[in-house]
Design a protein around this ligand. Structure first.
Ligand code: GP9
Ligand code: MN
Length: 648
């Protein structure tokens, strides 16, 4: 009996209660790090930093409770702990799929949340309730009156708490900087920030940084675009005469192949091809297949791929450009084509026009029309996961395509091969894989379904008469199986996935099909990424791209530099791969530990990303006037009714 009373007394000493709450939250956060995040701890110092990094922010926030008067303080403790736990848990769920942390721009993409439904649910586990255990215990202790209303404290207590937090943070940051100099100014990689500073400090940092980037637009002027232009002139590559204008006068169809990774091309599951149709295109005499082609997307996923493909600029290091930069001025592919003899441009997608803020961004890119889910027959049985299944989507798109004034540009975005890869029983034409990871296993079935839908679409295009006069560009938008699926993916590939192999898994297929005998098809092994597609396509169409602001380079030019930047600053070339601050050989996949000269590569990557970000954050294309170039007036665009003949 006595000991219980003693406990009570102890818990009711403000400093002890405060410390116990801090310790509970600290230990919980550290446990979450261990279970949920793979942050790549490389040495003892990093391990130590990971352990102590929750302390400063926990002390900081909880100190505010010390301001509360006696009775209220326990309540304030609960509220603060709950909010901090929610931030932590939000990151856990997000990380389970994206291998990344939540940023302000992601939070502002609220119009996407409602539709995440199935995907998000698949990421939540019943035991997750344990991540709120400290809050629950505190509530119970208060309810059972074991923790009682607290005595009032002088303001000094609050000041002392804040000072302690700032002191601890300063020490933490100093140690982090000793391991990675310029941590806060240099890195794009959120894994680093969390590893060194913790989830909550990262969140504060992110909020400050996001508001700073908003002010970049105000400070920009036309000199900035001149600087970008001068930079780009130094990296201009000449066209390859063999391909120049090979698709001149043709229609163009882009197909975004949801989550399709390149490893699946020519992969055999239990002796069976998963994507027989796409495999056949790798051997087709009218198709170029790029097998060292990488996605370069970030938090904007599909929309980032679209951004890269149509602007030849890099997506934002955080958040989705579609969502936060749709008010910018662009010179998007649709607008460029309209300026070069095309009569119609349209995007087609069996999901709502609000997803990824597409409606607004498509206007900014200059699309005449957006056929979103409102233009499709969205019945119970032909929709699943993110919207209209690919086969009915392609089927119903054919009449729209047939109606378009030619030459047209149309972009079709598939969605059935999307995490967590559900598929109706009758559509399953291949057995799932047997890695034991249900989502990875199902991936093969939805990828097969996508492959079949593409074959159906090609056949329907032939039947419609469009095929012989249409160039088709198909690309994987981004990875499907995230790094968290590594154990299952190791079984799929039958090898250990090193950081180098993990980067290789970011390859997505790119196919460019030009009908007739205009090009010599085959496998192209040049290293490239989504940013490089627009200049390639423009030149195939015979359009002079030399004046446009493009950060990619023509994949068919023999002069091009084969350096593929990723937006976190990593890169890959035919001889080197730079990943998380380490260098690997692209020839052997092994780590390179000796000093080697690669300043040329790293400078190139840094410049590409910095200049591209400068254009997007500064909204610099608003200053870029080209002679004779007509901007599409946003206010004239209306996607609510089909306006087919949007001729000037
Ligand atoms: C939804 C589709 C999927 O419209 O583009 O989006 P994702 O989650 O892959 O970005
Ligand atoms: Mn996608």
């Amino acid at each position: 009996m006595k000991s219980i009373i003693d406990n009570k007394n102890l818990l009711n000493r403000p400093f002890i209660l405060f410390s116990l709450i801090v310790i509970a939250f600290w230990i919980k956060t550290y446990t979450v790090y261990q279970i949920e995040f793979s942050l790549g701890i490389e040495n003892g110092l990093q391990q130590f930093l990971l352990f102590i990094n929750p302390v400063s922010s926990t002390v900081f926030f909880l100190s505010f409770a010390l301001l509360a008067k006696g009775k209220n303080r326990n309540f304030v403790y609960i509220v603060i702990m709950f909010i901090l736990s929610l931030v932590l848990y939000g990151n856990v769920v997000y990380y389970r799929f994206f291998n990344d942390f939540v940023t302000m721009p992601v939070l502002l993409q609220t119009q996407n949340f409602g539709q995440l439904g199935g995907s998000a649910l698949a990421l939540i586990k019943p035991f997750d309730i344990l991540y709120f255990l400290d809050v629950i215990v505190l509530i119970a202790l208060i309810w059972l009156k074991i923790v009682r209303p607290q005595m009032e404290l002088p303001r000094r207590a609050f000041i002392a708490g804040l000072s302690a937090a700032i002191l601890i943070f300063t020490g933490n940051l100093a140690l982090a900087e000793s391991d990675r100099p310029q941590l806060l100014t240099r890195t794009f990689d959120r894994n680093y920030l969390v590893k060194y500073l913790g989830v909550h400090n990262f969140t504060i940092y992110d909020i400050i940084q996001s508001s700073m980037s908003a002010s970049q637009r105000v400070a920009a002027d036309s000199n900035d675009i001149t600087e970008v232009r001068n930079y780009l002139e130094t990296s201009y590559v000449k066209p390859n005469e063999k391909y120049l204008g090979a698709a001149e006068g043709m229609n163009v169809i882009y197909i975004s192949m949801e989550s399709l990774q390149n490893f699946i091309i020519n992969y055999k599951l239990n002796g069976q091809e998963v994507t027989p149709f796409l495999n056949s295109l790798t051997r087709d005499k009218n198709t170029l297949y790029f097998n060292n082609f990488f996605h370069q997307t970030g938090q904007g996923k599909t929309s980032d791929a679209e951004f890269l493909m149509e602007n030849s600029m890099f997506p934002l290091p955080k958040g989705s450009a579609f969502t936060v930069k749709a008010t910018n001025t662009y010179q998007g592919l649709p607008e460029i084509l309209k300026n070069n003899g095309f009569n119609y441009t349209a995007a087609l997608h069996g999901n709502s026009k609000t997803f990824w803020n597409r409606e607004n961004m498509y206007k900014a890119l200059g699309y005449d029309m957006f056929y979103d889910s409102a233009y499709y027959n969205m019945t119970e049985e032909n929709t699943l996961n993110y919207g209209l299944e690919d086969k009915p989507f392609f089927k119903e798109s054919i009449p729209y395509l047939k109606d378009m004034p030619q030459p047209f540009y149309a972009k079709l975005i598939t969605l059935s091969n999307h995490f967590p890869y559900p598929l109706d029983k009758e559509d399953q034409t291949i057995e799932p894989a047997t890695t034991g990871d249900k989502t990875v296993d199902r991936y093969f079935q939805t990828a097969r379904y996508l492959d079949e839908s593409l074959e159906q679409f090609f056949n329907d295009l032939k039947a419609s008469g469009l095929y012989d006069n249409t160039m088709i560009v198909m690309y994987g938008d981004h990875y499907g199986n995230s790094e968290n699926r590594k154990p299952a993916m190791e079984k799929v590939l039958g090898k250990k996935i090193t950081p180098y192999e993990q980067q290789q898994l970011q390859k997505v297929p790119l196919f460019i099909h030009v009908p007739g005998e205009k090009i010599q098809g085959g496998i192209k092994s040049t290293y490239g990424g989504q940013v490089d597609v627009r200049p390639t396509v423009l030149r195939l169409l015979g359009i002079d791209n030399s004046e446009y602001i493009e950060f990619g380079s023509d994949l068919l030019s023999t002069e091009r530099r084969q350096i593929v930047p990723f937006i976190n600053g990593d890169f890959v070339t035919p001889d080197q791969a730079f990943i998380d601050g380490r260098l690997y050989s692209s020839l052997t996949g092994e780590r390179i530990t000796e000093e080697i000269e690669n300043k040329y590569y790293s400078d190139f990557v840094k410049n590409q990303l910095d200049f591209s970000n400068k254009v997007v954050y500064g909204d610099l294309l608003r200053f870029y006037e080209l002679k004779g170039f007509q901007r599409v007036e946003r206010s004239t665009l209306d996607y609510s009714q089909e306006k087919r003949y949007n001729k000037p």
